[in-house]
Write a protein that binds this ligand. Structure first.
Ligand code: BTN
Length: 326
């Protein structure tokens, strides 16, 4: 553990720590402590409160991501089957990180997590708010033998893994909005960004990016321009730890992706539809500056959204499309 990480883990209880005590524990001078505290601001965007006579503290307690803890929580059969999980303190985007590393050496199943993203990316060119230690920023790389065109259901399947995770951990009332938002009472709890590449006839490389709001202080939510929520505000979600959530997410993603790889999207389609909060409802579908109004008629075997208008039922694919209740 380097000094900065050690300092962070001392401060992670959210309590006051005197400069003297920190200096002694870290084996550095008071000026050295001050320098390290400054680095927490510069490198991680963390606010450190300081009061003369009391010392330093973080505004909230933090549970840092911990690979050993995540491994303890994973089922034994998975532990040997997946590559070592990578945890970064700060990165531009966990998706971009895996995409840049995407060489033949990158093993299918590789996972990367970060405490903070400086350029977290959302769908349709949006920014994903990613302050330090607050939420889960997760990416997994998978290689599929199939062609990219056969993978259209994969992004829906990944959303199902998030729902399964939350339900397994006791969070009820979560649902899906096509193509892959996770909602609670119409407010966004998690978003997924899937990036697919590969030769026309396969194999395909997929990076599955998941952003899950665990505890997003409202002063950090800044420019989020849609209703959002975090697990702290949801019954059953308030006490879940990030390490527990990550372990369960890894397990559920592995399960649905293995199933998708063997059997395709069809057997998972019904499970998806039972969680689709707008199925059968009036919706607006927006593509750039064009909007159509229709009735949501479920999803087809490729994961495309079926919308009924006066002209009949048409299938729409994810990408740049966005759905809203009418
Ligand atoms: C969306 O709903 O617009 C998708 C949000 C996806 C955010 C996650 S956070 C981890 C991964 N890295 C990124 O840059 N984006 C995804």
């Amino acid at each position: 553990m380097n000094r900065r990480t050690k300092l962070l883990s001392l401060l992670s209880d959210g309590g006051w720590h005197s400069g003297e005590a920190l200096a002694e524990t870290l084996g550095i001078s008071r000026a050295g402590v001050w320098k390290q505290l400054d680095q927490l601001k510069v490198k991680y965007g963390l606010q450190v409160h300081s009061v003369r006579g009391r010392g330093y503290r973080l505004p909230n307690s933090l549970e840092l991501l911990d690979r050993a803890r995540i491994n303890e929580l994973l089922p034994a059969h998975l532990l040997g089957a997946i590559p070592q999980i990578e945890i970064l303190d700060s990165v531009e985007s966990t998706n971009s990180y895996l995409m840049e590393k995407m060489t033949p050496q990158l093993v299918s199943g590789q996972i990367c997590l970060a405490e903070r993203q400086t350029g977290g990316r959302g769908r349709r060119g949006r920014h994903w708010v990613s302050p330090f230690g607050s939420n889960i920023y997760f990416s997994m790389y998978r290689r599929f033998a199939m062609a990219p065109a056969e993978l259209s259901g994969v992004s829906l399947v990944a959303g199902l893994a998030v729902i399964n995770t939350l339900k397994q951990l006791g969070v009820e009332g979560v649902g899906l909005k096509w193509p892959n938002d996770v909602l609670y009472n119409g407010r966004k709890l998690a978003g997924l960004l899937l990036e697919v590449s590969g030769e026309q006839s396969g194999p395909s490389n997929v990076v599955i990016g998941i952003g899950l709001n665990v505890h997003l202080p409202s002063e950090q939510a800044g420019d989020i321009n849609q209703p959002w929520i975090d697990l702290k505000q949801i019954p059953g979600g308030e006490l879940l730890t990030r390490n527990q959530l990550v372990a369960s997410l890894v397990e559920n993603l592995q399960t649905v992706m293995d199933r998708f790889e063997k059997e395709g999207f069809e057997p998972l389609r019904l499970g998806w539809r039972t969680h689709d909060v707008y199925d059968g409802k009036d919706i607006l579908l927006q593509f750039g500056d064009r909007t159509i109004k229709g009735i949501h008629r479920g999803i087809d075997e490729t994961g495309a959204l079926l919308v009924e208008t006066a002209e009949g039922v048409k299938a729409y694919h994810g990408g740049e499309v966005s759905l809203r209740p009418a």
